[in-house]
Design a protein around this ligand. Structure first.
Ligand code: SF4
Length: 259
């Protein structure tokens, strides 16, 4: 019997990128990232967090006074949000967490906004980084995991949902007039859920053997804080896209850890 893991999209993504990184980061809990935040990166991250908190307050019913938003860029994003975002009918809950059991483990996700009606569930995700295409987003683990979790775990929210009643919209402050909405369906869910189960089974196998191979792709090592633990310093370093990483790291900060 292996230990019970709390698995998020980042953890699945990390496992698929490098099993040794998964082990070092989430089981041994070695610090990540290992580098200090430079001023610009910290500012970008801070803005992203401010914007998410602002929208959370808005959807909790608290009044937002635009003039009181100190950061001019966040104030501009708020204005864009008001002008461009249209929401479907239903009960809106910000920062909604959901956990779904899977093969003795637990999948965990937190939606920026979830709108539930008797016949539908719609996730909204606010993005302050660089926009991605809808085609890329369909393959992203955030999309795949969140849609699958609602299809499998909707009963915990008081709604049993069919896959074709579920959708996710990504709204980018940097492309405000073109939200990316992705609709789920049964055929996709059947394959998607099978894929997720297969990954969890693979994690179980590795946990049982307790052998955590290094990735063969040294390209992943270039953006990894654990080079010294793996003897991969020769991979060199690349600087990730600031705005994209800031968004992801802010989300990661909010993710609960494996118990
Ligand atoms: S340095 Fe490379 S092999 Fe080591 S944990 Fe990072 S990605 Fe994996």
């Amino acid at each position: 019997m292996t230990e019970t893991l709390l698995l998020s999209r980042y953890k699945l993504d990390t496992f698929l990128t490098c099993q040794r990184r998964f082990h070092l980061r989430f089981r041994r809990r070695l610090p990540w990232p290992d580098r200090p935040l430079d001023g610009r990166w910290a500012e970008v991250r801070e803005r992203g967090e401010q914007f998410h908190q602002l929208l959370e307050r808005h959807f909790l019913g608290l009044p937002i006074v635009a003039e009181a938003i100190e950061d001019a860029e966040v104030r501009r994003w708020w204005s864009l949000f008001q002008r461009h975002v249209t929401l479907p009918e239903g009960e809106a809950t910000p920062e909604r967490s959901l956990t779904v059991p899977i093969r003795g483990h637990v999948l965990n996700g937190r939606f920026d906004l979830l709108i539930l009606s008797p016949n539908s569930a719609h996730i909204f995700d606010w993005k302050t980084g660089q926009p991605h295409s809808e085609a890329d987003l369909r393959h992203d683990w955030q999309t795949r995991l969140y849609l699958a979790m609602l299809a499998e775990g909707g009963a915990a929210l008081g709604h049993t949902l069919q896959p074709d009643q579920i959708a996710i919209t990504y709204w980018y402050v940097n492309d405000p007039a073109a939200p990316r909405t992705i609709h789920y369906n049964l055929a996709w869910h059947t394959q998607n859920w099978a894929d997720i189960q297969a990954i969890v089974s693979q994690i179980d196998e590795v946990l049982t053997q307790d052998v955590w191979p290094l990735t063969d792709d040294w390209g992943h090592c270039r953006q990894c804080a654990y080079q010294a633990y793996c003897g991969r310093q020769e991979a060199g370093k690349t600087v990730p896209d600031e705005s994209e990483e800031a968004s992801d790291e802010a989300d990661l900060f909010l993710e609960p850890e494996i118990p």
